[in-house]
Design a protein around this ligand. Structure first.
Ligand code: ATP
Length: 324
């Protein structure tokens, strides 16, 4: 049985579908990434999942229980579902410890002290426990907001763009924190993002939201390697979208629009002719850290290929399009 479920949830604003018949379910300890462009309905969906906003249709289920609507409650929300908003909403003059402690103010001191220490450790905040919230880095603020949200044990954690203001080292650290949280506590987590790398690297499963529609659902591997259409292919990373005619002698699976999607790292490039090699001319070379991105002109088709070494401009090379 699923742990947390959105069942055919819709929301309409000004006669427009902002979220349309979205359904998905999470198991305990799952991390679900919702990837979509700005305005695709991510925050609206998250607020509905949190019980802060009523859907126009559909319902939310937690452990087999249908949740009450926001409008049916004095204080919208659900005690087992916690949401961390983009602005963190911390109390700036208070320390990290005091911010977390505040969420537990109705509990006994002994329990509170123990729980705060546990959360400081879980969210990797021990070294900044006595620092004021206003002096923290973006990553530390985000982790403090998560620790505070989790102060009272929750079953579902919802994160609105948790990586939005973070640099790369802090993104990596937060990714680790969220993964450990899910593993250690079994909490189910949904995070929304417009960044494909964050969604691919953190999610156990993910969904793609476009104009309020959940257009693909699956593991990061499935979505990355078998995108449902050209939109998903482009949203989730660099892609070659090739005309089927160009690949007449090769067998590939097609997108609904007839084109074939191949990631640049799936193509191999040789400097000398090969049986399957298509002759191409090097047009641009960009260093990207782990590899060079080589932009090629192959007849009418432009191609991008990841290659381990630099190649001279205007050189003729041969691209193996079998994309194993
Ligand atoms: N209260 C509201 N009244 C009218 N329209 C709204 C309201 N809230 C959101 N919308 C519209 O719904 C659409 C989806 O908004 P939402 O904030 O859910 O998208 P998002 O994917 O989270 O975008 P972003 O990444 O920019 O935050 C947008 O077109 C937005 O203008």
């Amino acid at each position: 049985m699923s742990f947390f479920k959105l069942n055919s949830v819709s929301k309409i604003y000004q006669q427009q579908w902002v979220v349309k018949e979205v359904s998905f379910a999470l198991f305990e300890g799952e991390i679900f990434g919702l990837l979509g462009e700005s305005g695709s309905g991510k925050s609206t969906l998250l607020r509905i999942a949190a019980g802060l906003l009523d859907p126009d249709e559909g319902d939310i289920w937690l452990q087999g229980q249908k949740l009450r609507l926001a409008s049916d409650q004095l204080i919208p929300g659900h005690p087992d579902i916690k949401i961390v908003h983009q602005d963190y909403n911390l109390s700036a003059p208070l320390t990290v410890r005091e911010n977390i402690n505040y969420a537990l103010r109705y509990y006994e001191k002994a329990y509170r002290d123990e729980r705060v220490d546990e959360l400081l450790q879980l969210c990797q905040l021990e070294s900044v426990a006595e620092h004021t919230a206003k002096s923290l880095s973006g990553g530390e603020k985000q982790r403090t907001a998560i620790a505070r949200a989790l102060a009272e044990e929750a079953k579902v954690l919802l994160l609105d763009e948790p990586f939005a203001h973070l640099d790369l080292p802090n993104r990596r650290r937060l990714t680790e924190t969220i993964r450990e949280l899910a593993e250690q506590t079994g909490i189910a987590c949904i995070f929304v993002t417009h960044d494909a790398n964050d969604a691919l690297s953190l999610s156990t499963r993910m969904g793609i939201l476009q104009h309020g529609n959940l257009i693909q659902l699956g593991t990061p591997e499935i979505i990355y390697h078998s995108p449902a259409d050209a939109y998903v292919a482009e949203l989730t990373g660099e892609i070659n979208l090739l005309d089927a005619d160009f690949l007449k002698n090769h067998v590939h699976s097609h997108l609904p629009d007839g084109r074939i999607a191949i990631r640049p790292e799936k193509l191999t490039l040789s400097l000398s002719p090969t049986i399957y090699g298509v002759e191409s001319v090097v047009k641009r070379v960009v260093f990207e850290g782990s590899h060079y991105k080589i932009y090629l002109q192959a007849g009418p088709q432009l191609l991008k290929v990841n290659h381990h070494e630099v190649v001279p401009l205007e050189k003729s090379v041969f691209v193996d399009l079998r994309a194993l």
